[in-house]
Design a protein around this ligand. Structure first.
Ligand code: ZN
Length: 217
C-alpha cells in the first residue's frame, strides 16, 4: 500500500529490501543508502536495519507517484549476491529416478478415474487432482512419437556431428531423449529401446538413459 508512493527505482529497491534482508545489511547497501539519504545517523550502526531504510524511503518523497522518477536515485547497484540452492526432484521424481538408478526401470503412474498413464510418473493426476497410487514399470521400450535431427547446439553453435533427438512415448506421456540411429531407419511409431548406463555408473539422472535406439530383432 505505502509502496505506491515510491518512484520505480525506490519501488524495486524497497522490494529487494524486503526480499533480501541479508543482502541489504551488507556494507555495500549502506553505501547506497548513504548516497540517497546522506550519512546515516551516528546511532545507526552498520548494518542498517531494513526498517530504517524503508522508513527513510517513505519519508523522503511521500507525494511521489509511480509515474514520477527521482533523477538522483541510483538505477543499478553493482555487487555480488551469494546464493546457494539445492534442486530436489520432489516426491514423484525421487521415486522415479531412484527406480531408474537402482532398478533400471522407467516408472509410470496411472489414474483409474481418467484412464490416463503418466510417464514420467507423477504423484497427482493433473486432470482430476486425484492422488495416484498405482505405479508400475513402463518397460524400457516406447514408441517413436516424433524426432528431429539437430545441426546446432542449444546456443546456436554448429555441431560437429548432427544429433538425433526424439520424443519416445510411454503410456500417455513419454520422454525426450537422444536417439542413436541412422535417420533413414526411423519412422513414427517405431519401437524404441532405452539403453541405460551400467548400474554402477548411474546417479539418478535422466542421463542414466544414454539414448534410445530402434528395437533390433
Ligand atoms: Zn485423473
Amino acid at each position: 500500500m505505502v509502496l505506491r508512493n515510491l518512484d520505480q527505482p525506490h519501488f524495486s529497491w524497497a522490494v529487494s529490501c524486503t526480499n533480501s534482508a541479508r543482502w541489504i545489511q551488507s556494507k555495500y547497501t549502506l553505501a547506497c543508502a548513504s548516497r540517497l539519504y546522506g550519512s546515516p545517523p551516528k546511532s545507526a550502526k552498520a548494518p542498517l536495519p531494513t526498517s530504517y531504510i524503508l522508513s527513510r524511503c517513505l519519508k523522503r518523497r511521500p507525494e511521489m507517484t509511480l509515474l514520477e522518477r527521482d533523477d538522483e536515485a541510483p538505477s543499478s547497484w553493482k555487487g555480488t549476491l551469494p546464493i546457494t540452492s539445492r534442486y530436489t526432484y520432489g516426491l514423484a521424481g525421487e521415486r522415479f529416478f531412484r527406480a531408474l538408478k537402482d532398478e533400471g526401470k522407467i516408472l509410470a503412474s496411472y489414474c483409474p478415474k481418467c484412464d490416463h498413464t503418466y510417464v514420467p510418473a507423477v504423484t497427482f493426476c493433473e486432470r482430476c487432482f486425484s492422488e495416484l497410487t498405482e505405479w508400475h514399470d513402463a518397460g524400457l521400450v516406447g514408441k517413436l512419437h516424433t524426432y528431429t535431427l539437430m545441426f546446432v547446439d542449444f546456443e546456436g553453435q554448429p555441431l560437429e556431428e548432427p544429433e538425433l533427438v526424439g520424443f519416445i512415448s510411454f503410456g500417455d506421456g513419454g520422454l525426450i531423449h537422444k536417439i542413436d540411429a541412422n535417420p533413414d531407419e526411423l519412422e513414427i511409431g517405431l519401437p524404441m529401446q532405452a539403453v541405460l548406463k551400467p548400474q554402477n555408473e548411474r546417479n539418478g539422472s535422466i542421463l542414466d538413459i544414454l539414448y534410445f535406439q530402434p528395437v533390433r530383432k
